[in-house]
Write a protein that binds this ligand. Structure first.
Ligand code: RP5
Length: 162
């Protein structure tokens, strides 16, 4: 089965990354989860990106905060799709991270989810994989159906209360 590489710039990002790991695990997708920094360990970042495809990875998720260059640096070094996951910060609530990741110049796209959007990062990786793996697309359809059923049930319960 396919593999999603999940990088974070610091171990302090791990709580934000956990929901991505959890949803990929729930769908039976193998992950490789690493702490690699664009700034503090640039050689490791380069090595990871350069070898990711030959190691069987098909999508990469890069979580980072503040001057969050990890996704952009990795995307510069691979043709795999890169999902950026901005981490909330004390100073600007993660707006700094979000803009650092989403505002990539033309040529190097990073598909960015919301601040602390770990679950969406995992789901987006699954949707990309679903193009190639019908069993993942089928599970995603079930997931959406369950979400729809829950919202409909919530709506009915609300109507009954009013
Ligand atoms: C970034 O700097 C990391 O992604 C992290 O969000 C932020 C702070 O890192 P620590 O100082 O907590 O290690 O590189």
């Amino acid at each position: 089965m396919s593999k999603v590489g999940i990088l974070m710039g610091s171990k302090s990002d791990f709580d934000v990354v956990k929901p991505a790991v959890a949803v990929l695990k729930k769908f039976g997708v193998e992950t490789e989860v690493r702490v690699i920094s664009a700034h503090r360990t640039p050689d490791e970042a380069h090595e990871f990106a350069a070898s990711a495809r030959e190691k069987g990875m098909e999508v990469l998720i890069c979580a980072a905060g503040k001057a969050a260059h990890l996704g952009g640096v990795i995307a510069a070094l691979t043709t795999l799709p890169v999902i950026g996951l901005p981490v909330k910060t004390d100073m600007m609530g993660g707006l700094d991270s979000l803009l650092s990741i989403v505002q990539m110049p033309s040529g190097i796209p990073v598909a960015t989810v919301g601040v602390n959007g770990g679950e969406n990062a995992g789901l987006l990786a699954l949707q990309i994989l679903g193009i190639k793996y019908p069993e993942i697309a089928d599970k995603l359809a079930d997931y959406k159906q369950a979400m729809k059923a829950k919202i409909n049930a919530d709506d009915e319960a609300l109507q009954a209360m009013l």
